[in-house]
Unconditional design. Structure first.
Length: 312
């Protein structure tokens, strides 16, 4: 039988609980999240619970990965509900720190609470007040281009969580494919002793990838929001039918997004899944990535395309 869920808010308590689990020879799994948990998160937690005896779910809306004007303040926060979902799916411990616990050096009066970092607006160089992690190259395209500084925030908080929880394995959704690539590269480059496990994207019945941000969509936007999925599936079908030209596949995806009411396409591309370099032809595996806005809500999605005949 599983023990009751433990909830902690400090790094010290987290470390104590993790070292007790280690003393009991339990393997440690970590599922980093920003909360507002849904079935996508639940699937990560379940996979972690299958493979690790002691599963830590972190819930932290990380200000460092938001830019001013993004949805840091209005990001949904529902800790009690999250704890129930996490416990039901096999979590042993919830780590829900506040901003001061994670970033003692942060300036809480700014919105989002901000760390002084170089290259962050204003064109004026300033000394960083904290150490941070930058994964160059990968962090500059697509999501990184749309949200400058985003992956610096992600890489920094993920490395902090790895150091705090010291998991054997950490679970990430394929839904955020570029984030996954950034984390994998950071782990490789910095020799972080953790196994990164990728989990498949969980979707609504109409194909829309589950996301905590889907609740921002109006009923009408929600009705059209599966355009991203439809675009990806159309590209997949064309690859199955033998198409290999990335220019044509890109155009197919763009057309579906562009003809969808209320959908403003940001990108529709075919990339190398590890480097996110744009590919010209589908040879072996390529990742189709799309991003679009519905009003102020930004949605992203992706699917793997393969030129092999057995596509699932
Ligand atoms: P977030 O709370 O949005 O930061 O997401 C936490 C983790 O859950 C990340 O690794 C995401 O990639 C993953 N995730 C989010 N949505 C889904 C989904 N629909 N299916 C699978 N994993 C997801």
């Amino acid at each position: 039988m599983k023990n009751a869920l433990i909830t902690v808010a400090t790094i010290n308590e987290l470390r104590q609980k993790v070292s007790s689990a280690r003393a009991r020879k339990e393997s440690i799994g970590l599922v980093p999240t920003m909360g507002a948990l849904h079935e996508g998160h639940a699937s990560l937690i379940r996979q972690a619970a299958e493979e690790c005896r002691f599963v830590v779910v972190s819930i932290f809306v990380n200000p460092m990965q938001f830019r001013p004007g993004e949805d840091f303040e209005r990001y949904p926060r529902m800790l009690e509900q999250d704890c129930e979902l996490a416990a039901r799916n096999g979590a042993a411990l919830i780590f829900a720190p506040n901003v001061a616990e994670m970033y003692p050096a942060i300036n809480p009066s700014l919105s989002p609470p901000t760390l002084t970092l170089p290259h962050q607006g204003g064109g004026k160089e300033s000394a960083p007040v904290t150490t941070y992690v930058e994964v160059p190259g990968l962090s500059d395209s697509f999501e990184g281009k749309a949200r400058p500084g985003h992956f610096r925030g992600v890489a920094t908080v993920v490395l902090k969580l790895f150091n705090q929880a010291q998991p054997d394995r950490a679970y990430f959704g394929q839904k955020d494919a570029q984030q996954l690539a950034v984390v994998r590269k950071m782990v490789r480059d910095l020799n972080v002793p953790v196994e990164v496990v990728a989990c498949p994207t969980v979707r609504e019945a109409d194909g829309l990838a589950m996301s905590s941000r889907n609740i921002y969509l109006s009923p009408e936007q929600r009705q059209h929001a599966n355009a991203l999925y439809r675009a990806l599936m159309q590209a997949k079908e064309r690859v199955q039918a033998g198409e290999r030209d990335a220019v044509l596949l890109r155009a197919t995806m763009a057309e579906i997004l562009d003809e969808t009411p209320g959908c403003q396409r940001e990108y529709a591309e075919l990339v190398n899944p590890s480097t996110f370099a744009v590919v010209e032809r589908i040879e072996g595996e390529a990742l189709a990535v799309v991003a679009a806005r519905f009003g102020s809500t930004r949605l992203i999605d992706n699917t793997m395309l393969t030129s092999e005949t057995s596509i699932v």
